[in-house]
Design a protein around this ligand. Structure first.
Ligand SMILES: [Zn+2]
Length: 422
């Protein structure tokens, strides 16, 4: 290994004084869709029932309480939790840009920079998907909380996103990308500006898509087309694009996403927590979409649970087994996830790739078996079975302990407590 990259792979070599990684060694996991501050909702929004829309009210209360300092604290703890779960790269879908009321901070990118610094402190890579968010529903201005998300116009968004991207060029652990929050939050006549910015930088572009039927109904009412068709018509879809959720689609939507080679990010633990429904992941893959996985609202942070969730949801939907092999599910959690976040050099164990590695214990109560195999990791391991995590050749987690953030549970308790107390 040189400069954090793999230079040779030799079976059966003598380890000498090298660090030996025990267990099943996988490429680092990519969490392709995250909103770091949603971690503060864990447990809170599982009390009682409610809907996606009542969940969103609680989420907005957390958003309203954050400032650059508390966000740095919270995101550092959340990304440290991710590192302990074997996640070496996070795609942060970031829309909490401005001060309460919508006034820009003196440095208009201070919130995004806090997230990039948090990833550095937790020892992981980050793709900061700077998110354009301009309207509440179709055409209405942002409400009091959403004012913090809005730059007013897509051109103003692009100007701020460009300044952040230039700043991120100095950070080897960070990549700048773009996001369209949703067709609810970005009017149709603004979409092409976001797409053009991403095109100009050859950057990843992500969008929430059709998570709720109400979004589809609103879009058809406002524009006469589905959200997928709207994104396609304004140049948002394509090989560098990722549609997140893609739960409620028509057959034409599936063909548009697959035909444009748009990646689809499934977030099964969030989709089940919010009673969203089950997206047509297999149909999308057959149509041409790559699949990735994200923990999104962080109801749990466990990419093994996301991976098997996609397969097991499809089994319940179709009453058939075996839609994806364990290897295919791991590819969604590793190589394809990294590719969708602008890290083609990560997520593979081969010469030239970055040395991002994760070991999964094969002797825990969940994984102990006389014949260990990848299926054990995918169908039985949890994040608690991750033992060692290497990012760019640096040992970030050893024997289940984070080496940069010494007490991650305490850091989470403190940061979440601080948020709800404010
Ligand atoms: Zn999301």
């Amino acid at each position: 290994m040189t400069d954090g990259r793999i230079t040779a792979l030799r079976p059966g070599g003598e380890p000498g004084d090298a660090v030996v990684l025990d267990g099943l060694v996988l490429p680092g996991l990519a969490n392709a869709h995250s909103h770091a501050f949603h971690r503060a909702l864990r447990g809170e929004t599982q009390v009682g029932g409610g809907t996606f829309w009542t969940w969103r009210e609680t989420m907005y209360r957390a958003a309203a309480a954050l400032d650059p300092d508390t966000y740095l604290d919270l995101a550092t703890a959340v990304y440290a939790e991710m590192a302990l779960a074997g996640i070496t790269c996070v795609g942060e879908f970031h829309y909490l840009h401005h001060a309460p009321g919508g006034t820009p901070y003196a440095d208009p990118n201070v919130m995004g920079e806090a997230l990039v610094e948090a990833a550095a402190r937790a020892g992981i890579r980050i793709t900061l998907l700077d998110t354009c968010y301009l309207s509440s529903g179709f055409g209405a201005p942002p409400d009091a909380t959403q004012a913090r998300f809005s730059d007013g116009t897509a051109h103003a968004w692009a100007e701020r996103a460009e300044a952040l991207a230039v700043a991120l060029d100095k950070h080897p652990h960070a990549v700048a990308g773009a996001a369209v929050h949703s067709v609810r939050a970005v009017p149709a006549d603004q979409l092409a500006v976001v797409a053009a910015w991403a095109e100009g930088r050859l950057a990843p572009i992500h969008a929430h898509l059709s998570e709720q039927p109400a979004e589809n109904e609103g879009c058809v009412e406002a524009y006469g087309v589905t959200p997928t068709r709207l994104l396609a018509d304004h140049g948002v879809l394509g090989p560098r694009a990722t549609a997140v959720h893609a739960t409620h689609l028509t057959g034409d939507d599936v063909a548009l996403l697959g035909g444009s080679a748009t990646t689809v990010c499934m977030c099964p633990t969030t989709e089940r927590d919010l009673a969203d429904g089950i997206g047509p992941a297999k149909d999308l893959q057959l149509a041409g979409s790559r699949l990735t996985l994200g923990s999104d609202s962080h109801a749990v942070i466990d990419l093994f649970e996301e991976a098997r969730g996609m397969e097991l949801d499809e089994r319940l939907r179709t009453r058939r087994r075996g839609h994806w092999s364990a290897d295919e599910l791991l590819r969604a959690a590793t190589g394809d996830g990294h590719a969708s976040l602008g890290w083609p050099e990560a997520g593979r164990i081969e010469v030239g790739a970055v040395a991002d590695l994760v070991t999964v214990s094969l002797d825990s109560v969940r994984t102990a078996t006389p014949r260990p195999r990848p299926e054990t990791a995918v169908f039985a391991a949890t994040a608690a079975d991750v033992r060692d995590v290497v990012v760019g050749g640096r040992l970030v987690v050893r024997h289940g302990a984070h080496r940069l953030v010494p007490d991650v549970p305490a850091a989470l308790r403190r940061a979440v407590g601080r948020l709800w107390a404010s």
